[in-house]
Design a protein around this ligand. Structure first.
Ligand SMILES: *[C@@H]1O[C@H](CO)[C@@H](O)[C@H](O)[C@H]1NC(C)=O
Ligand SMILES: *[C@@H]1O[C@H](CO)[C@@H](O)[C@H](O)[C@H]1NC(C)=O
Ligand SMILES: [Zn+2]
Length: 357
């Protein structure tokens, strides 16, 4: 018996250690049931979340042959977006993104129902490949993408009860490119150090959330799609603004390097990078509130007009030149005849004066 005891103790220690390390590696501390990479990557989402393999999935690519101009699409109208700095937004690392809670007193008007804000979050790439937007335009990624998620507050009590209804959600999407430093985005980005790890949260002073949007709220892509993360409910009325906003290279780098998908004490920390879903098959039309640039649609009226104008101007110029040449020939003949007699003395006098100055 005395000989057995150390054995039992050792076995228990080994088993405990095994379970502890095994479990903590297998499921990074009750971690996410999905991810963007590896065994639970997006190709596997549909196994646990069947909607992810279903219809109306997002994001998508906006290319010319699926775009259709719709003159009835009104400019986006926001209400209550300028939140008093006496209020607070909660910033959270949820293991998939950095998320900021929003006030339901913020609304989007100019949609079929009133939609109230619930939260915003971001998608991005990594420091070596800064192409992390979810939606693409003509196959081209932007550096990152901001989603402001709203629920249909005319029909539903809150975000949770709306999320799986076909008219439940409306998301405003803002494409982000590298450029000028953006003081409004900094109001969020400057707090990343407090939410580096999963489940950490911090509160930040509220501000005018409209500052995060591009100036032109009248130019956007509109289609019916889904959440871009599990459970991928096909419940989202998408508004993707045409014009991107800018953040600086340093700001983008902060987004790409500050955060982790794992909890603080996780032995295998996982950087929060490339948290964007790949574009999905799309066989319908996307409505656009703006007319496409003429250059992109081949021989448009604008293009033909400019060719006509340019060639007329060219013809006029050639005529003018010819006319001028003929006149010059005539007049030079005349001056040759007149020359010596009248002008010679005047010129030599002038030359004397200037050489003294
Ligand atoms: C892990 O997740 C399950 C299901 O969401 C939950 O019931 C449980 O309380 C969680 N455990 C811990 C330790 O967070
Ligand atoms: C937002 O609200 C603040 C404080 O109420 C005010 O000073 C500011 O002018 C408002 N900004 C806009 C763009 O309306
Ligand atoms: Zn999103």
């Amino acid at each position: 018996m005395a000989a057995k005891r150390p054995c039992t103790v050792t076995a228990t220690v080994v088993l405990t250690l095994f379970l502890w390390t095994h479990l903590s590696v297998q499921a990074p501390v009750n971690g996410s049931k999905w991810s963007y990479l590896g065994a639970e990557g997006e190709k596997m989402w549909a196994k646990k979340y069947p909607f992810c393999g279903g219809l109306f999935q997002s994001p998508i690519d906006f290319h010319d042959d699926i775009l259709q101009y719709d003159s009835t699409l009104l400019p986006i109208e926001l209400e209550g977006y300028n939140v008093s700095s006496f209020e607070q937004f909660i910033l959270t690392n949820n293991g998939h993104s950095v998320k900021m809670s929003l006030s339901p007193t913020m609304n989007v008007r100019s949609l079929p129902n009133r939609y109230s804000a619930a939260q915003l979050h971001l998608h991005w790439g990594n420091r070596n490949k800064q192409e992390g937007s979810e939606h693409t335009i003509g196959g081209r990624h932007f550096a990152a993408e901001l989603h402001i998620v709203h629920y249909n507050s005319d029909q539903y009590l809150d975000m949770n009860s709306a999320a799986d209804k076909s008219d439940g959600l409306a998301v405003l999407a803002i494409l982000i490119e590298i450029g000028q430093f953006n003081p409004s985005y900094e109001k969020i980005f400057s707090h990343f150090q407090n939410v580096k790890y999963k489940d950490q949260e911090t509160s930040i002073s509220a501000f005018n959330v409209q500052e995060l949007l591009p100036d032109r709220l009248d130019e956007y892509y509109r289609y019916e799609g889904s959440l871009t993360t599990p459970p991928c409910y096909p419940s989202v009325l998408w508004t993707v603004f045409r014009k991107p906003v800018q953040v600086s290279q340093e700001q983008l780098l902060a987004l790409e390097t500050a955060l982790y998908c794992t909890q603080q004490n996780d032995p295998a920390p996982l950087e929060m990078v490339n948290n964007f879903r790949r574009v999905q098959e799309f066989e319908r039309m996307v409505l656009v509130s703006f007319r496409q640039d003429p250059v992109r649609s081949g021989l448009s009226i604008g293009f033909v007009l400019s060719v006509v104008v340019a060639s007329s101007l060219g013809a006029v110029a050639v005529l003018a030149l010819a006319f001028w040449l003929i006149r010059r020939k005539k007049s030079s003949k005349r001056t040759k005849e007149d020359k010596g007699v009248i002008y010679k003395p005047a010129i030599s006098k002038e030359e004397e004066n200037t050489s003294k100055a």
